[in-house]
Design a protein around this ligand. Structure first.
Ligand code: FAD
Length: 543
């Protein structure tokens, strides 16, 4: 069997290696248009930032080690130009000498990845504008920092690659500004979770322009001038453009293979053309939750797809890939930000809860606050989760992602069994608490008012509501909120007559727990309409 693979990085290299492990006698050829194969794109921002100092560490394999260890022929600097599906051949150009050859295949695997989106705005072709997709991009960006010693940079686009770029430029001592067209960073997060990141960026003195796009760029020789759509102007030494990626579909499209936003594949990674398969950033397939076609441009899914595809090809099996759900994580300065599944804003009629948790038992030194948000439907089926914090966000999101991927429910989260000892967790992990909190909402034992609903009540001075602020005096002094009925939580039981029974009560505390405990008291004392602020005032004040 002869396998030809287009693209030799995450998906392509992984599928090739697995094919070899499965079939010692197959002929396997990788065509890679760049110089390098099997490198860590995910490590590139950290190489620029010099957290990864040794460039060689980025390369997991090279063409000779692939030949030596796996007997795979890697033709780097070779671009596949076209596919002839009838004769089962590809046309290839050797980019070092421009020779064009034809290579036959029995099975053709497309993993060409994606390319950074570069909008057609004036000045975008300046050599002070960088993208970050591959090793040459990283080399160029790093060389510009090393040689030209810029003091400032603007990152356009606040997705996870933009944010990682921002952090690493900052680590190199540059003054960093981020410009983002949306009203928040990291669009897979809901706004109030992203707001925690906004606060952190402010704390780090990173300038953040939200709800503003770039209109034009002007290279002034020693600097670059950015004009925003709002009319504001920013002067900077360099620009990193990171507004998203576009799947590389042209090969497939020209060959008459079904392409939508990406190369359309079924659950077996089969394209519409016989014996041609696609995976990774270029492939569009059913999303693991919505069942609708989606592109999830992440390394984890690409690797898993590669294994399934290679197994199906060699063992003639039909194991399906069940679809990625977008589980991702980023280190944003000191914060960890992670998401899985769908945000609340993308699902009509979804429910959500936010919990202020602790990375491990509060009585054990070093516990750090974390925020977890859970999105679920009215039947309790889990749809998504988000986490922002310093420590322990990763494992919580991974636990929830695993449950979501298995089609789990809120009830499953209440019973998730975690590894507990005080340095690692609490006997009830924040993930369990998230499940308990969501269960309370589903069973109507607790009602959550969202941060924006509270905002509306305050700004309209809605007379139907009483905002019962049960924080301590110290907390209220630190973060004052006027127009509330104030009493310490410990005073509630003995002051019930001061709380109007004919109004809708929203109980406010900093983190949400004391408000919930108070809500339980009030409901059992005959108060008909009581709710708590989801996530507490900690979330509200930064939103
Ligand atoms: P790629 O790995 O991009 O490989 C595609 C290759 O195909 C390219 O080398 C390209 O040159 C080659 N190619 C294209 N067309 C042709 C052609 N016609 N002929 C020959 N060769 C061709 N994901 C995560 O999950 N976590 C992270 O932390 C993370 N960090 C990232 C950081 C950065 C800076 C970047 C850029 C990406 C990051 N990703 C991360 C995303 C991840 O790298 C991609 O999802 C993954 O590499 C996709 O694999 P792929 O095989 O589809 O594409």
């Amino acid at each position: 069997m002869k396998y030809v693979i287009v693209g030799g990085v995450a998906g392509g290299a992984a599928v090739a290696a697995r094919l070899r492990r499965n079939d010692e006698h197959a002929e396997i050829i990788i065509f890679e248009k760049g110089e390098y194969i099997s490198y860590a794109n995910c490590g590139l921002p950290y190489y620029v930032g010099e957290t990864i100092k040794d460039r060689e560490k980025l390369f997991l394999e090279n063409p000779s080690t692939f030949k030596e260890n796996l007997n795979i022929d890697v033709k780097n600097n070779h671009e596949v130009l076209s596919i002839d599906k009838i004769n089962k051949t590809v046309k290839v150009i050797n980019l070092t000498n421009s020779n064009i050859t034809t290579e036959s295949y029995d099975k053709l695997i497309l993993s060409p990845g994606a390319t950074p989106i570069v909008p057609p705005i004036s000045g975008i072709d300046s050599n002070k504008v960088f993208t970050l997709r591959n090793v040459p991009d990283a080399d160029k960006l790093k060389a510009a920092i090393d040689n030209d010693k810029p003091t400032s940079a603007v990152v356009i686009g606040a997705g996870f690659i933009g944010m990682e770029a921002a952090e690493n430029l900052y680590d190199r001592g540059l003054n960093v500004t981020i410009v983002e067209m949306a009203n928040q960073v990291m669009t897979p997060l809901d706004y109030e979770m992203a707001a925690q990141v906004h606060e952190h960026l402010k704390f780090k003195e990173v300038a953040l322009y939200l709800s503003d796009g770039v209109k034009s760029l002007k290279d002034l020789g020693n600097r670059i001038e950015i004009e925003l759509q709002s009319g504001k102007r920013i002067f900077t030494d360099m620009v990193v453009l990171s507004i998203g990626v576009k799947p590389l579909t042209v090969l497939a499209e020209n060959a008459g293979i079904d392409v939508n936003r990406g190369i359309v594949v079924n659950e077996f990674l089969e394209t519409s053309a016989k014996d041609i398969y696609a995976l990774g950033d270029a492939a569009e397939m059913k999303h693991g939750i919505t069942g609708k076609n989606a592109i999830v441009p992440l390394a984890g899914p690409a690797g898993k797809q590669a294994r399934i595809l290679a197994d199906n090809l060699v063992y003639n099996s039909k194991k399906p890939y069940k679809g990625a759900i977008g589980t991702s994580i980023a280190k944003i300065f000191d914060l960890t930000v992670a998401t899985t599944g769908l945000p609340e804003k993308s699902v009509e009629d979804s429910l959500s809860v936010i919990v202020n948790g602790s990375s491990h038992a509060g009585y054990y030194p070093g516990a750090m606050q974390l925020f977890l948000k859970l999105v679920f439907d009215k039947e309790g089926k889990l749809l998504g989760a988000q986490g922002v914090g310093y420590e322990g966000v990763d494992k919580r999101l991974e636990m929830i992602a695993a449950v979501i991927r298995m089609g789990g429910t809120v009830n499953d989260l209440t019973e998730v069994e975690h590894a507990y000892a005080p340095p690692f967790s609490s006997s009830k992990d924040p993930v369990n608490i998230l499940g308990f909190t969501a269960e309370n909402v589903l069973l109507n034992r607790s009602t959550h008012t969202k941060w924006h609903e509270l905002n509306e009540i305050i700004t309209t001075n809605n007379p139907d509501y009483v905002l019962l602020d049960i924080r301590t005096v110290d907390e209220r002094e630190l973060h004052p909120l006027s127009g509330t009925l104030q009493m310490d939580k410990s005073e509630v039981r003995s002051n019930l007559e001061k709380i109007p029974k004919n109004k809708k009560i929203v109980v406010l505390c900093s983190g949400g727990l004391r408000a919930y405990l108070t809500e339980r008291i009030l409901r059992q004392e005959g108060f008909k309409s009581v709710s708590i602020l989801s996530g507490g005032l900690n979330i509200f004040f930064s939103s």
